[in-house]
Every structure is written in structure tokens, then in C-alpha cells.
Design a protein around this ligand. Structure first.
Ligand code: MN
Length: 419
């Protein structure tokens, strides 16, 4: 097994097999791109400045001297693989170049807990899909009809909506409860007030690498080579605002007040050992969505809630990314089939990831079944939706043989509405 001179515990999210991408603020206030290993971030700016990315595609490209990943993302799969291989070689336990150079070592490795992470790329556009069958069935049962829970289009196309990138925030950002139009029960006209039904959505998002030109499309069997990696995503949702506003054009202000993402993008290269067959699709997808070998990833996901009365967060959901019905390749092929152009650094959310039983549902709406069955917490409290002071933490990892590829976490706290 590949090992680094930087020690990592077997349950660390960041062994040498992972090497995700992020960005942090240096002590001088600059933004440097970075990776992670064990308890450290790896300053990629410093490694690049030293000329250590010396492979054929990245030599003299200065890609890691930018303050965002976008240019690197535009270079494509071969450049991403070259960067990964260069980093793995530099970090290898038998390579003295970085290991034995004390000065360089101290410039490159910074304590992961001590640095402030920032968004690693300029996210130009954000789209959110709705690709978990169980989630779509649950919501359809609650809001429409359990007999016809799925809309007729659902098994023919990956349903999605355009979100808003300006309000994508990094893990740790605290958010004020939004206000909006809400229709009270048994009323025909809405009132303006603070949402009383703040929810989370457990999702993962993919970041696009190379895009496509306007008018062209990305074929489904080539789509994965346009995808750089995955991050954890919480699509915060105000269910009472959503319920009143969503017909006929879909989510708007219920969703665009905030979307939180984890600071690390885990590459598809790192996730390769965790490929699993995607769920069987019936009816067969139309030809432009028919993947030759549809695969997805075995990533265990968890949600924790910490109310202001708790000392430790309590787990309220465990599920797995592999439950998603539509694959990322199908999502991207569908997104571009009309000639819509994707650009490097675009973000596509998976949709809420729910398994097929109660403890595996990826939102409070489902866990507490629209407020009819509140979840009971060890603190003696119960929850149907999030209260002020509640902190929510999403985490996930893929378990290898003796190592773990982790995504870190995405957390966020709900503050009272601004009066
Ligand atoms: Mn969503």
C-alpha cells in the first residue's frame, strides 16, 4: 500500500490515496491552493513556485500559483492525473526531496486545524438535480399522492433546477433564518415572516472540469472525463416558503438564500477504487442517456445535529451515495444535450440523497415526515425542522482496505432571523 512520510491514522479522511483540492488563506492574507494529508494542508503554491510540478503538462504552467482552481480545471483529465501522480511521488515515504528539506517542509505543511479555508474555485453556475428516487417518492407522497409519488417524467430525465452561485458558502458559515411569503394553514393569502420550517438537504455536488462550447453537447460516455471531483453539499431549504412559491416554475427564494459546500474537492481519480454498479434503470433511458457501463461510488454519508443544549452532535441520518438513480455522467449529458455550455468550476448538486428507510432519509422533511413524526434526540428535545442555534454537520467517506477517502465535513449553524 502507498505510504507517505506524513503519518495518517487508518480512519483519517486524508491519506496519500486521497489528496483532495482546496484553498486557504495564508498568514499574509493571500489565497493559496492546497491539498490535504493527515493533519496538514499541503501548500501547492509553494510546491509550484519551487518548480516541483515538472511533468510534461504542468511544467511552467504556474497552475497552482493562481488563487482559484479554474485554470487547472480547464486543462482536463490528463493534467489532473499528472498533478496527482506528482504529489503522490513528492509525498512518498521514500522520496527525500520534500521529506528531508526542513525549510521547504515548514513552508509546505500547515496545520489543517489552524488555517482558514476558502472556496477553491470560482463557481460560475450552480444546478441542483433531484436524482434520489426514494427522496422524490417521499416528497411526492407527502405533497401529492402516495399512489402517484413520482412525476411521469422522473424516470426519463434527471430533473433539476438552476440554483444560484452567489450564495454558495463554505462550511462553517453561519446563516440567518430567512424571511419570506408563507401561506398560513386554512388561509388564502400569504403573510411575510421568518420561515418556521428550515431544513437541510444531504447532497453531494460534482465540480466540472473542461466544459463544452455553446451549441455542442457532452456525450454520456465521455461525460465523466469532464468531471473533476465531488464535494459535500447542504442545500438549505425553507419548506414553508417553498410550498407557497414553487408552482409552476420550481424552487426560488426557499433555496437561494444559502448553499453550503465542504472545503475539499475529492477527485474522481481518488474515488476510482470505490466504483460500484449504478442502480438498474427501468424503463431504459433514451439513447443520449444510455451509458455503456453505468457506475457510481460507494460513499457512506452521515448527518449530525448539534442543538444549543448539546455538548456533542448526535447522528440523525446514515445513508450512501450509491442509492442515486441517475449517475453524474447522465446528469451532465442531460444538462448539455440542448447545447447549454458548462464552464470549468460549475457545480451540480445530486439532489437530496435518501435511502429506503427512515434513518437513511437525507432531510428533516422526510425524517420527521413533514412534522407529523418529530425525531427524538438524546437531549430530550425533538425536531421537525431546525431551530435557532442548531448546527448541522454532513460528513462522508469511502472505506478502502486499510485507508479511507474522506470528504471532511460541511457544517453550518442557523441564527435567528434579522429583524
Ligand atoms: Mn436540493
Amino acid at each position: 500500500m502507498l505510504r507517505s512520510f506524513i503519518p495518517t491514522a487508518p480512519d483519517s479522511h486524508f491519506p496519500i490515496q486521497n489528496l483532495p483540492y482546496g484553498a486557504y488563506q495564508t498568514e499574509y492574507g493571500d489565497i493559496h491552493l492546497c491539498s490535504a494529508i493527515g493533519d496538514f494542508v499541503i501548500d501547492l503554491f509553494v510546491l509550484d513556485e519551487e518548480g516541483l510540478f515538472d511533468g510534461p503538462l504542468l511544467k511552467d504552467q504556474f497552475v497552482f500559483q493562481d488563487s482559484s482552481l479554474n485554470y487547472f480545471l480547464s486543462l482536463g483529465q490528463a493534467a489532473w492525473t499528472e498533478a496527482r501522480e506528482t504529489l503522490q511521488a513528492l509525498l512518498h515515504k521514500d522520496n527525500p526531496r520534500l521529506r528531508d528539506d526542513d525549510l521547504l517542509h515548514s513552508r509546505v505543511f500547515k496545520g489543517r486545524e489552524e488555517v482558514e479555508m476558502v472556496l477553491p474555485c470560482d463557481i460560475g453556475d450552480y444546478t441542483d438535480f433531484y436524482s434520489s428516487e426514494q427522496h422524490a417518492r417521499n416528497v411526492g407522497s407527502m405533497f401529492r399522492d402516495p399512489e402517484n409519488a413520482l412525476m411521469p417524467n422522473w424516470k426519463y430525465l434527471p430533473v433539476g433546477y438552476h440554483g444560484r452561485s452567489s450564495s454558495i458558502v463554505l462550511s462553517g458559515t453561519e446563516l440567518h433564518r430567512p424571511k419570506g411569503q408563507i401561506l398560513p394553514d386554512n388561509s388564502e393569502s400569504p403573510v411575510f415572516k421568518a420561515s418556521e420550517r428550515i431544513d437541510f438537504e444531504l447532497e453531494m455536488g460534482f465540480i466540472t472540469g473542461t466544459g463544452n462550447k455553446l451549441g455542442e453537447r457532452i456525450p454520456v460516455n465521455e461525460a465523466e472525463s469532464h468531471i473533476f471531483g465531488l464535494a459535500l453539499l447542504n442545500d438549505w431549504s425553507a419548506r414553508d416558503i417553498q410550498k407557497w412559491e414553487y408552482k409552476p416554475l420550481g424552487p426560488f427564494l426557499a433555496k437561494n438564500w444559502a448553499t453550503s459546500i465542504s472545503p475539499w474537492i475529492v477527485t474522481l481519480d481518488a474515488l476510482k477504487p470505490f466504483r460500484v454498479e449504478a442502480p438498474e434503470q427501468s424503463p431504459a433511458p433514451l439513447e443520449y442517456l444510455a451509458q455503456t457501463n453505468p457506475t457510481t461510488f460507494d460513499i457512506q454519508l452521515e448527518v449530525y445535529l448539534k442543538t444549543s443544549k448539546m455538548n456533542e452532535p448526535e447522528r440523525i441520518c446514515t445513508t450512501n451515495y450509491r442509492h442515486l438513480y441517475w449517475t453524474i455522467a447522465q446528469q451532465l449529458a442531460h444538462h448539455t444535450v440542448n447545447g447549454c455550455n458548462m464552464r470549468p468550476g460549475d457545480l451540480c448538486g445530486s439532489g437530496t440523497i435518501s435511502g429506503n428507510e427512515k434513518g437513511t432519509f437525507g432531510s428533516l422533511l422526510e425524517l420527521a415526515w413533514n412534522g407529523t413524526d418529530p425525531i427524538r434526540l438524546h437531549s430530550g428535545e425533538s425536531r421537525s425542522f431546525l431551530e435557532d442555534g442548531d448546527e448541522l454537520i454532513l460528513t462522508g467517506s469511502a472505506q478502502g482496505d486499510g485507508y479511507r477517502i474522506g470528504f471532511g465535513e460541511v457544517k453550518g449553524k442557523i441564527l435567528p432571523a434579522i429583524s
